[in-house]
Design a protein around this ligand. Sequence first.
Ligand SMILES: [Zn+2]
Length: 133
Amino acid sequence: MMRIFREVSSLVGAMGRVPGSKNNAKKKKVYKKAVKTWCRPRDLDQVQDDMEKEVRNGKKLEFEVDDDLPGLGQYYCTPCARHFDTQGTLDGHVSTKQHKRRLKEAKQERYTQDIADLGAGKTKEILPPAHPK
Ligand SMILES: [Zn+2]
């Protein structure tokens, strides 16, 4: 929460109104945007990258001790990209519907640019080499 406040106060100025505005609407808008981007979860492709990394290394992702994160950042759920206070809450979370849904989404096939192009009807033309050896 302190980080959001610092972010907003740097955008709005230490205190008072945003220059050029007669009411507080601009300040509220700036605050809302800051909170929205601060609370933004990791995107699915980022999570898929993380999960691939875990599989490759054969162990869970490790984080350095961070005072700002719950549980000092030591209890992390990779598919949901969330930190938890204790091992108990993490274990409780693993059996929830939200976690299972997120895990299912993350295990789906990755959506790539090639698939998007195919969907749009674009095909890749493979030309013969211009200068055959
Ligand atoms: Zn989870």
